[in-house]
Design a protein around this ligand. Sequence first.
Ligand code: PMP
Length: 350
Amino acid sequence: MRPWEANIRRVVPYVPGDQPKGSRLIKLNTNENPYPPAPGVAKALREMDPEAFRKYPDPSSSCLVEALAARYGVDKERIFVGVGSDDVIGMAFLTFFNSEKPVLFPDISYSFYPVWADLFGIPHKTPALDGEFKIRPEDYYQENGGVVFPNPNAPTGIFMPLNQVEDILRHNRDVVVIVDEAYIDFGGTSALPLTEKYENLLVVQTFSKSRAMAGMRIGFAVGHPDLIRALSDVKYSYNSYTMNLPSQILGAEAVKDQVYFQEITSRIIATRERAKERLGALGFTFPDSMTNFLFVTHERASARELFAALKREQIYVRYFDQPRLDNSLRITIGTDGEMEALYAFLENYL
Ligand code: PMP
């Protein structure tokens, strides 16, 4: 080993989903939106003057923060924006989880959480989901240094009703509780209004799914101004400037078009409900998803083999090579046409 290698910080890295290229492929593996961003985004992009790129962007991303404040009816001081919700959640781990006590998150959940915890040296404990893949609120009543969970959860898609979220909040008044609402716009009810009632609640959302802008990397958090100020202090100290200028401008445009947002989210929800019927008829079982994906199992098909067979047909879904997940596939809801191609393949395969 070369001497400097001893000084390298070693982590088990987060493994992002494949981003295969090709015009023929059907990409149902990373929960992207199958529809384009709001029309105002394309217009603003065409009107963008590269001369503006010469200067640093507004470090506080005020145009985006103001658009979000107007959309969600909250004060600007209660909003923090970041480079995707990954950036926001990572900063929140660094800012709020500084206890000797373990941070709690579900054992089956967003696989970035243990990576951040390990990277930042944060002790953590992962209560198991129940037999139906549900989070048990009472597992989060034990002493801890913080709580984080997605709602709906990923990759199960299960939404926890807000009264249970409140049960967790009531038992955790001394720590910061992060609710990661990456998939909230597909039928769940946001905990965002609860940030007025619980000063220790941080709700995080993303533009990557319901707003069809994963490539622009935009996420945000809503919470008490003291939480937001603490996050900003860490953020600026850690990676100085925040969002690039196009993301700020185009993100603000996306937020303004609520009609288009409603249209594409309703369309995805309708396609998902049809997918439940079609996949159910093919013998798949799945938790009742409130997201833009289904987490499916088939008692007669190996998930690993089906994943490989679909890939040969240029249909990409997500396979997780880990205990309790390795007999299931996570299938993103695409357009109706893409889903029909999937059903056609499955009808032949099974
Ligand atoms: N949270 C959850 C539960 C997710 O599935 C994802 C998407 N991979 C994210 C956060 C991060 O999304 P983004 O960084 O694109 O906003």
